[in-house]
Design a protein around this ligand. Structure first.
Ligand code: EPU
Length: 438
């Protein structure tokens, strides 16, 4: 692409961001959420499946896809790589018969870190990949050194040039990859790469998230031989020929968790359809400690009923099955309402307390001591203009707005559109006084 074309695309990109930037949410607090709310397909489960389609030529169909900006970014990336993608409503048809590129450019990677998931499948299929390094992120440094070290164990040669990971391999050989800490996308990248390696690959200290099990199921339907996902040891018998498949994505446990917390915070009574109990046990335990009643309902879903006053709790985030970092910010908004002092220790990302200052602007009494937040619940949030800094911080500010006195204006909601499908419509349907305005 010529420099002027690139400049033009960057300018259009900036204008689009500006347009999103002009949108904001207005929330009038004080309403209990009551009724039924539906959970969409899981963003973090769908993204690796999209990338896994690169592994072999053919036509895939994936359903229950959430309508989100991160999904659209992935569609754009797959198209740049040469795939034909038909993304309509909540399903996608992907044809990966002819790949014409092995490069994930900076312009796309910078808007979505999960683009790094292109590395494993491109290397497996093409023997080479050029993927931009994602760079820093609002919630932490988030390096990809563990992905790269794991790939090297399987025979991949890697160099870093001009901000890009340049990776190439002649013949992939299975080996043991031991992660010094469990990484979700790192585990996914190695699983995909190892499907094409000769012999057996074992991933030790693998991430155990439900999204990893989802990827194992998808790859096994494609003909791979993977076992152990959901435990810390995953075994991949590589080398089998893979074929395309059809798949329905699981519900989003973080969206479900966000609605559960919103129900609890507003003293509400919500049926959260498609929420999977087993994916949410750490959050359920903490909400129950707060005094919230949670029960499984017939069919798929959970009923969440809150009784005030909420009790304070101590939370420590960790890899699954521990309390998810992706629900930490939302839980903090709820705990501003508990009677007493709660603590939250953030163990996954070093900078995931950006929402604290915004909650403080709404009257929250929160002290930060390193990676620990002390939330002195006072129940007295007041509406204010606030700024979303990342996806889950945006959800936290919405929950704060739902319980605050007066009107809260949440700015920079383009973060929200990366990971929550029509959240304001869903919340409005259960009583929230929330509007998106330009
Ligand atoms: N880490 C390293 N080196 C690596 C990889 C990870 O030091 O090579 C560190 C990270 O900096 C972090 C920890 O390991 O401190 C765990 O990070 P992980 O790699 O597991 O995170 P991720 O795969 O980049 C996924 C989700 C995140 C979620 C985290 C933790 C996707 C696409 N993203 O990220 O989701 O917070 O796992 O559960 O699956 C979100 O949806 O809002 C989101 C940020």
């Amino acid at each position: 692409m010529s420099l002027s074309n690139k400049t033009l695309i960057n300018e259009i990109d900036s204008l689009l961001l500006l347009e999103f930037d002009l949108q904001r949410l207005l929330i009038k607090g004080g309403v209990r959420l009551v009724g039924e709310i539906n959970v969409s397909g899981a963003k973090n489960a769908a993204l690796p499946l999209f990338f896994a389609t690169l592994l072999t030529p053919g036509k895939f169909e994936i359903t229950n896809i959430p309508r989100l900006r991160d999904i659209q970014t992935t569609v754009d990336l797959l198209k740049q790589l040469g795939a034909e993608v038909d993304y309509t409503d909540h399903s996608v048809n992907i044809s990966t018969d002819d790949l014409k590129s092995h490069e994930a450019p900076y312009d796309l990677v910078r808007t979505m870190r999960a683009s790094v998931l292109a590395l494993g499948p491109l290397l497996a299929r093409c023997g080479k990949a050029r993927v931009s390094l994602p760079g820093g992120c609002a919630i932490g440094a988030r390096p990809i050194n563990l992905h790269l070290e794991g790939m090297k164990k399987l025979g991949v040669k890697i160099s870093l040039e001009n901000g890009y990971v340049e990776a190439a391999v002649d013949s992939l050989k299975g080996d043991t990859v031991h992660f010094s800490l469990p990484t979700v996308t790192g585990t996914e990248n190695i699983m995909m790469l190892a499907t094409k390696a000769e012999g057996t690959t074992i991933i030790e200290n693998a991430a155990k998230e439900p999204e990893i099990i989802e990827l194992q199921n998808f790859l096994n339907q494609m003909g791979a031989k993977i076992s152990g996902a959901g435990t810390s040891k995953i075994t991949i018998q590589g080398g089998d020929k893979l074929k395309p498949t059809k798949y329905k994505v699981m519900p989003d446990r973080i969206e479900a968790g966000t609605f559960m917390i919103a129900a609890a915070a507003t003293g509400g009574d919500l049926i959260i359809k498609n929420a999977v109990y087993e994916h949410l046990t750490a959050l359920i335990t903490k909400l129950e400690e707060c005094g919230v009643k949670i029960e499984k309902i017939k069919g798929d879903g959970l009923r969440v009923r809150a009784y005030e006053p909420l009790k304070p709790v101590n939370i420590s985030t960790g890899p699954f099955p521990d309390f998810p970092t992706d629900c930490q910010a939302q839980m903090m908004a709820l705990l501003t309402k508990a009677k007493g002092t709660s603590t939250i220790v953030e163990n996954i990302f070093e900078n995931r307390f950006m929402h604290v200052q915004e909650l403080q602007r709404m009257g929250a009494n929160i002290e930060l001591r390193g990676n620990t937040a002390l939330i002195h619940g006072n129940g007295g949030l007041t509406g204010a203009p606030v700024m979303a800094t990342d996806l889950r911080a945006s959800a936290s500010l919405i929950i704060a707005g739902l319980i605050a006195n007066g009107v809260t204006e949440v700015n920079r909601i383009y973060h929200l559109d990366r990971g929550y499908e029509k959240i304001e419509e869903k919340l409005k349907n259960v009583g929230a006084n929330i509007d998106r305005v330009n």
